[in-house]
Design a protein around this ligand. Structure first.
Ligand code: G6P
Length: 615
C-alpha cells in the first residue's frame, strides 16, 4: 500500500512524479504529496485526496521547478487521511523530507524518546517519527545523510520502503527497503525510483529491484551504491531488463482498467498456458513443477495460502487438486495461518497465490511455512515480486499488469496455472487416464474462445445491472467448483459498488440466508449443466417459492432454469472443473456495470488498495 516515486536527473522532476503517482494510485489514494528541490528550497505540497487534487494544490502553492523530487500516494495506516498526515513529512529543522510505504511498529517508543529530546510532531504518523529519528542521528553524530539513514533504520521495527532527501545534499536521494517493494530505474545520467516499474518504463528498461534490508545511495552523475542496512556492507547491484511496455499499463480506449482487464482475459489465459500446454504432444511442461516433481509426488498434502480473490482461486484449486491429482488440500487465509501455530511438516507443500506478490500476510505465511521445513511454491503475477523471490519455486500467471483494484484477469489466470499443475501431477501420479488428460488439454485450449463468447453477454448483463443497481443486498449461490465463484462474484460487487453481497454454497442457503429472501432480493445462481445441476435447480425452486429475483448463470441452451429464473446469462459449455473460468465472466461484468451506474470509482474503490503490504 502507498505508492512512492522519485526522480533525480536532468529533466523536470514534476511531470514524471505526477504521472508516476497516477500509475501507482492503485496502491492507495486517500492523500498525495510531493517535494521538489528547485536548487535552493525544498518545496512541499500535499493534500488529502487523489493525485489530481495534488496537481491543483501544487498549481496554487509551490514552484514546479526542479530536477530532484519525491512523491507519494497514500493508503492511511497511522492517522486519518488529511493534509497534515499526508507525505512527504519533514524533520523539525525542515532540512529532511521523507516518503514512506509501510509501518514503523515501534514508532510510539521512538516518538516518546524524541519528544524527551525536544522534538515536536505535527502529524499522527509513524513516518514523521522516522524522519526525526534520522535527523537526530545525523545531528548527534555529525553524519552524512546516507549513514544517518542506515543507523536510524537499525533502530526501527516494522516494514518500509522509503525515500529521503536532504536540502543540504541536493543531488542525492537515499532509499531503503524492508518488506515493501522498491525499484530503481537507471537512465542516461538520471535515476527513477518507484514502488513498481510502471512510472518509468517509457524512460528506461533497466531496473534494479532493491532486496529486503538493502538501501541505495543515489547521487547525480555517480554510480548507484547499494548497501546492507544492517552492517553497511556493499552489495553488487543486479540490473534487470524490464519486460512490460507502456501499452500494457494504459486503458487502450476502455473507460476503466477493470473493463479492459475483463476483456483481456482470453489473451491472458492463452498467455498463461502458452508454451506449457502442448496438446499435440499431450504434455504439460512447467519448469517449477518438473524440477520438484519428487516433492510434489511425495507430498502428504497441499496447503494453499492466499488473501482476497487469490484465496478464492485457491478454493477452486482445492476442488481440482483433490479431484484430479487426489492430493488432500487445505486452503487457508494467509492472515489466519500465520498466527495460528499450524501443523506443518516437511512433507507438506505450501502453495502461495498472489497477484501482486507483495501481500504482507501471504509473505509472512510463506516465511512461517519455510521455517517449519515445508516446500513453498508461488503462483504470482508480478515478475520479480517479493513472494516470487521468497518461494522455493513457482509458476507465473502471465496475466500482464493488473491495475484495476478489483482483481479479474489475475483470478482466471491463477485458476489456469493451478489447473495446469493439477493436471501435470495427475498425469505423473496416474490418477487421470491418458484419454481424459488429452480431453482436458483440448478443453483448456478452447477456453479463451469460450471466454470471448461469454463476454458477448455484455449488453444483456448491462440491462440486468440497470434493473438491480439500487438494491441493498445481493446473494450469490453456487455448488462444487462454482461455490468459490459465488464468493468471488459477491466480493466483486462489494468491492466496487459497496452493495452488500454474500456468496454461499447453494445448499447452505437453507441454513440461514433463505431468511433474507423476499421479492426485493436478487440472487445470482450459478447453475451450469455440469456439476450438481439438478440439486441447484431444486435450490432455485426454493428461492422462487419465496419470491426472490433469480439471475441464473447457465450453460448455453439451458431450458429448465430459463423457465424458473427472472433473467438468465448463458456461458458456453465446458468441463465442470473448467467452468469457473467462464462463469466468473458475467459476474465480473455485472458488478462492473452496477458500480459504473452508481457512479462509483470502479478502478479505485474507497478504502481498498491493490497491493496490501501491511498486515
Ligand atoms: C487486495 C486486492 C485484491 C486481492 C488481495 C490479495 O485486497 O484488492 O484484489 O485479491 O489484495 O492480493 P494478492 O496480490 O496477494 O493477490
Amino acid at each position: 500500500m502507498c505508492g512512492i516515486v522519485g526522480y533525480l536527473g536532468h529533466r523536470e522532476a514534476y511531470p514524471i512524479i505526477i504521472e508516476g503517482l497516477k500509475r501507482l494510485e492503485y496502491r492507495g489514494y486517500d492523500s498525495a504529496g510531493i517535494a521538489l528541490f528547485d536548487g535552493t528550497n525544498l518545496n512541499i505540497s500535499k493534500t488529502k485526496g487523489k493525485v489530481a487534487d495534488l496537481e491543483n494544490c501544487v498549481e496554487k502553492q509551490i514552484s514546479k521547478n526542479g530536477n530532484l523530487g519525491i512523491g507519494h500516494t497514500r493508503w492511511a495506516t497511522h492517522g486519518v487521511p488529511n493534509d497534515v498526515n499526508s507525505h512527504p513529512h519533514t524533520s523539525n529543522s525542515g532540512n529532511l523530507a521523507i516518503i514512506h510505504n509501510g509501518i514503523i511498529e515501534n514508532y510510539d517508543s521512538l516518538k516518546k524518546e524524541l519528544i524527551s529530546r525536544g522534538y515536536s510532531f505535527k502529524s499522527d504518523t509513524d513516518t514523521e517519527v522516522l524522519i526525526n529519528l534520522i535527523e537526530d542521528v545525523k545531528k548527534k553524530e555529525g553524519l552524512k545523510i546516507g549513514k544517518a539513514v542506515q543507523i536510524a533504520l537499525n533502530q526501527v521495527v516494522g516494514a518500509y520502503a522509503i525515500a529521503v532527501v536532504d536540502k543540504n545534499s541536493p543531488e542525492e536521494i537515499i532509499i531503503a527497503r524492508l518488506g515493501s517493494p522498491l525499484a530503481i530505474g537507471i537512465g542516461d545520467n538520471e535515476f527513477f525510483i518507484a514502488s513498481d516499474a510502471s512510472p518509468f518504463i517509457e524512460y528506461t528498461k533497466n531496473a534494479i529491484y532493491l532486496e529486503d534490508e538493502e538501501m541505495a545511495i543515489i547521487k547525480k552523475g555517480k554510480d548507484i551504491k547499494i548497501r546492507k542496512i544492517k552492517d553497511d556492507s556493499l552489495v553488487d547491484p543486479y540490473v534487470q531488463q524490464l519486460q512490460i511496455n507502456l501499452e500494457q499499463i494504459e486503458k487502450s480506449g476502455f473507460d476503466h482498467f477493470m473493463l479492459k482487464e475483463i476483456y483481456e482475459q482470453p489473451k491472458a489465459i492463452n498467455d498463461t498456458y502458452r508454451g506449457r500446454l502442448l496438446r499435440e504432444e499431450a504434455i504439460i511442461k512447467m519448469a517449477g513443477v518438473e524440477d520438484n516433481m519428487k516433492k510434489f509426488l511425495n507430498a502428504n498434502r497441499i496447503i494453499i495460502v492466499a488473501c482476497g480473490t487469490s484465496w478464492h482461486a485457491g478454493l477452486v484449486a482445492e476442488y481440482i487438486f483433490e479431484d484430479l491429482a487426489r492430493i488432500p488440500v487445505e486452503v487457508e487465509y494467509a492472515s489466519e495461518f500465520r498466527y495460528r501455530n499450524p501443523v506443518i511438516t516437511e512433507k507438506d507443500i505450501v502453495i502461495a497465490i498472489s497477484q501482486s506478490g507483495e501481500t504482507a500476510d501471504t509473505l509472512a505465511a510463506i516465511k512461517l511455512a519455510k521455517s517449519r521445513g515445508a516446500f513453498v511454491f508461488g503462483v504470482c503475477n508480478v515478475v520479480g515480486s517479493s513472494i516470487a523471490r521468497e518461494t522455493d519455486a513457482g509458476a507465473y500467471t502471465h496475466a500482464g499488469p493488473e491495475i484495476g483494484v478489483a482483481s479479474t484477469k489475475a483470478f482466471t489466470t491463477q485458476i489456469t496455472v493451478l489447473t495446469l499443475i493439477a493436471l501435470r501431477l495427475a498425469r505423473a501420479k496416474g490418477t487421470i487416464s491418458s484419454s481424459d488428460f488429452r480431453h482436458y488439454l483440448l478443453e483448456l485450449e478452447m477456453i479463451p474462445k469460450k471466454v470471448e463468447k461469454a463476454l458477448q453477454a455484455d449488453a444483456h448483463i448491462k440491462e440486468i445491472a440497470d434493473i438491480y443497481k439500487n438494491v441493498s443486498n445481493f446473494l450469490y449461490l453456487g455448488r462444487g467448483y462454482n461455490f468459490p465463484v459465488a464468493l468471488e462474484g459477491a466480493l466483486k460487487l462489494k468491492e466496487i459498488s459497496y452493495i452488500h453481497a454474500e456468496g454461499y454454497p447453494a445448499a447452505e442457503m437453507k441454513h440461514g440466508p433463505i431468511a433474507l429472501i423476499d421479492e426485493n432480493m436478487p440472487i445470482v445462481v450459478i447453475a451450469t449443466k455440469t456439476g450438481h445441476y439438478d440439486k441447484v435447480v431444486s435450490n432455485i425452486q426454493e428461492i422462487k417459492s419465496r419470491k426472490g429475483k433469480i439471475i441464473g448463470v447457465v450453460t448455453e441452451g439451458d431450458i429448465t432454469v430459463r423457465e424458473l429464473a427472472d433473467h438468465i446469462i448463458e456461458v458456453p459449455d465446458t468441463l465442470e472443473s473448467l467452468s469457473p473460468l467462464l462463469t466468473t465472466i458475467p459476474l465480473q461484468l455485472l458488478s462492473y456495470y452496477i458500480a459504473v451506474m452508481l457512479g462509483k470509482n470502479v478502478d479505485q474503490p474507497r478504502n481498498l488498495a491493490k497491493s496490501v503490504t501491511v498486515e
